[in-house]
Write a protein that binds this ligand. Sequence first.
Ligand code: GLC
Length: 412
Amino acid sequence: MAIPVPEKRILDFEEMGFGMFIHWGLYSQLGKGEWVQHIHGIPKEEYVKLQDTFTASKFDGRKIAQIAKKGGAKYITLTTRHHEGFSLYDTKGLNTYDAPHSPAGRDLIRDFVDGCNAEGIVPFFYHTTLDWWHPEFNGDFKVYLQYLRDSVEILCSEYGKIGGLWFDGNWSKKDADWEEDALYAVIRKHQPEAIIVNNTGLSARGEAGNLQLDSVTFEQGRPEPMNREGMRKYFAAEMCHTMNAHWGHGAKDFNYKSLPHLIETLCSCRKVGANYLLNVGPDAEGEITTMQAALMEGIGDWIRSVGQSIYKAKPCGVVGTGKNFALRDGKKMYFYIHDLSVTGDNNVTVEGGAAGEKSFTGVKGTIKNLHWVDNDEALNFRQDENSFVMNATGYPYGTSLVVRVAEADIED
Ligand code: GLC
């Protein structure tokens, strides 16, 4: 069965490869995650008071875009409104539960978009569909859905060209008619090139839905390879992931993933052609914490060390052993080698090895040459009909890249 041909904007989205997710809202002031209102059972009358102390005094779109850029992210997806129902944008009179009516006194999405545009980062808008604040969410649902469309129309018409919309919450009313066609039509009217995503949540990872959608979602884990044969449309894939255990700011959540873990997760996404959307949760005032900024920067340093192949290169049917894999971009092939150790002197480096032969099957074409991207060292290899075997050397003393990339010229 045929694999559908991707539309250009979907290919462009895939080639951005890595994005930074941001969960930020009134809840960030409590530092207990974005579900705090619901899970801790805070009454609505109490919760809404958080609007009166929301200053956003350190929210700086430009600075945020710079952190993403340093991290090698090409786009940012920001929660313009999360399940709490509070909007970071000016709702233009739909209600006053928005940032301009808080002590912040400004449209924070404007600031965000301007910052992204200044840094060449593509802005995406996360928007909730589940709403704990709107009176009609559990009342006259059609009235609520019109409100949702009016809200989205503001986002699609007030901020210039945006990368896309990322919806979340349809899983909360599984059997309801969300009038998805009407919602997506609003987007297509103003932003024909926008990527539209609707998160299927933890219970339905990777599931394709409405044909106006452009990407499937995976949440918190390794994305599965997509089988696109016979699909009615080519969907991209994206995997969103927290750095610690919450999406929104967790003042006492120290459960951070390590930098090697994040680098390997980025690789595991690109291995199957999925984008990696890595989350940060700014603090009460809107600042990305030092720890989160540092982890972003570490990923960026890694990308700069191993070249740019994580963006454009794609899965090509090559299978490696263990976590090793290969991607292809035109006449270049890239081998991603895991678990190498530092070489040097037995008195200082801990052997554990794993340097040596790494084999791959499914290489279509002839490999002409091979070298590490990080230091240009040429590598020995051999190839026969069934396999390609490279001799991977360990890290020269002074480096340890977690995943090392070897580049080859390949001829069909
Ligand atoms: C879940 C959560 C939500 C979070 C989202 C991110 O659906 O409900 O809080 O925004 O995952 O993918």
